[in-house]
Design a protein around this ligand. Sequence first.
Ligand SMILES: Nc1ncnc2c1ncn2[C@@H]1O[C@H](COP(=O)(O)OP(=O)(O)OP(=O)(O)O)[C@@H](O)[C@H]1O
Ligand SMILES: [Mg+2]
Length: 273
Amino acid sequence: MEHATMGEAVLRARNVVRTFSTPGGEVHAVAGIDLSVQSGELLVVRGASGAGKTTLLNLLGGLDRPTSGEIMIGEQALGGLDEDALAALRRDNVGFIFQAFGLVPVLSAAENVELPLRIARLAPAERDARVAEALELVGLGAHREQRPGELSGGQQQRVGIARAIVSRPRILIADEPTGQLDSRTAAQIMDLLVALTHTRGLAAIVSTHDPLLVARADRVIDIHDGRLRPPADGPGPADGPDSADRTDAAEPGEPETRRSRRLARDMEGEPRS
Ligand SMILES: Nc1ncnc2c1ncn2[C@@H]1O[C@H](COP(=O)(O)OP(=O)(O)OP(=O)(O)O)[C@@H](O)[C@H]1O
Ligand SMILES: [Mg+2]
């Protein structure tokens, strides 16, 4: 798909609600959110553990469907699409980056990056060119034959980023992408995400607890009990929620597990470890 023009709203959510039924009752994980993200903009979604960040990101990326409300990618409303059409829209428009990197251990960096292109059935020559370009963009041109276990955490996440952008999506969704990295590496990864967002006109949505990342965002939204709350501008008591967030230990793996069921559909027929 063509890249959107800079400043165009490529992702919109209108009064989006996601309610889960659990044995303990209904959980209003996302309770009515309006949002619009433009090309060339990196939006950080901040909030305490359980605030609804992952649920919101999954909805925005078309990995989950809202209980009510509407999400639009470009001019396409997701609500009317069947599962296959939704998977195709994801494949063409959305790159996902995960906290735990989500790489296939037995594949090299280049093969991991190539996976989405194989799924999209691109011709081998085009795949090779795109993989090389994506690995260069993330600074891993010299590491293409190494497997994830032979790369540092930061390098692994660079592979994850290369894989997310190799299909030239309009939208980048990153759920706590630096949650497993030390602060220096996290800052480098965030700088890379910002640079890619700006130079390639992506609309990026990044959830994080990390103040270093928040500082690099074009825009920050705070989510609390599934709702947006007014941004906490400037110093003062409004900074309270942010410092509270930092004490929340993220739970690596758990949201990934939920999401991987849907992502498995996108990976159908691909090599397994
Ligand atoms: N599949 C599900 N079934 C039932 N409840 C769910 C489900 N997914 C999320 N929830 C609930 O929805 C709320 C929001 O969860 P979510 O994972 O979106 O939070 P989060 O902001 O990403 O938290 P964290 O920072 O810990 O990753 C939580 O109360 C969670 O228990
Ligand atoms: Mg989460």
